[in-house]
Design a binder for this molecule. Sequence first.
Ligand code: F6P
Length: 364
Amino acid sequence: MKKSKTKCIGILTAGGDCPGLNAAIRGVAKAALSEYGMKVIGFQDGFRGLVENRTIILNDSSVSGILTLGGTLLGTSRDKPHKMLMGGEKMDMTQAAADNVRRHQIDCLVCLGGGGTQKNAMRLHEKGGVDVLTLPKTIDNDVAETDVTFGFDTAMNIATEAIDRLHTTATSHHRIIVCELMGHDAGWLALGAGIAGGADVILIPELPFDLDVVAEHLLERRRNGKRFSIIAVAEGAEAKDGLTAAGGGRSSNAEGTGPPVQEPHASRLTRELQRLTGIEARVTSLGHVQRGGAPSPTDRLYCTLLGTKAGELLADGRYNVMVAIKGGRCEAVPLEKVAGKKKLVPKDHPWVHAARLVDTCLGN
Ligand code: F6P
């Protein structure tokens, strides 16, 4: 057993789930347990389980056989410690969270999550005095200071396969098919899968689109004998004049009770394009399919690299950092450089340039 400054860690997964969470838990836990003899305590359902002190002891057998499993064995939630709904009221539960960390004599809390989780972990450190270490997870790929987040590659594979499949049916029926992809405010997923799937139009939040330009591109394709078109649209894409790609969005469920139910965002765009071009159009929203199922080999590899690097950093007593992937290597980045920042697609990114060169319409 190697020497370790850290004796006990807590681990939680927060925010939307994504493929690779279990692989990352396994990477952290295996390195921590077998290399350094640390105790590993899992908290259920993100920060809520931390506040409510719901734990699972992770040992070698509980983290075996999970490398390829989708979802997260710990469960997740979007709860924030400083604004948590408790008995119908939003409360600051930072101290309760910090008390539970101390109760278990945890030296460092490992938080696996996206942009929101980076912020929440930072706040827990600053306001609750808890040492934290984070890993960058999200299919959106929008976490700052890392080349890539885990979950993104798998989502891009799923979305690309979907676009491939939409191609054959769009071709047969001579239709426009609008395919809506996730990504929150970032266009990485739509752009990556759009390029990989050969979409004819790709619309992302970073490049506000002109509806008339898109319609003209579709008509031009038709004039050139191409009787179908595929549009990959990011859920956050917006038109220049303010008309969102959307139109759908969140709305209450039929009974008017419970949380809002997500509806496809791209419905309005689809209707408008059918109206402007006179070509029959359909919309497909890939939704949570993009986050489900087994991680890709690339994500399994990233998660194992990130997780085991986290184990090494913990053994060295390096806290309050995010483990990032930069140039194919893992490195620790101070959390204050990450928290509250977002990595959007730069307008001059090579993917944008390449898409234009293969005559993909980016809506402007
Ligand atoms: O951040 C990941 C993500 O999948 C976004 O792409 C999407 O906007 C959001 O989560 C969906 O959230 P929920 O799981 O709450 O429906």
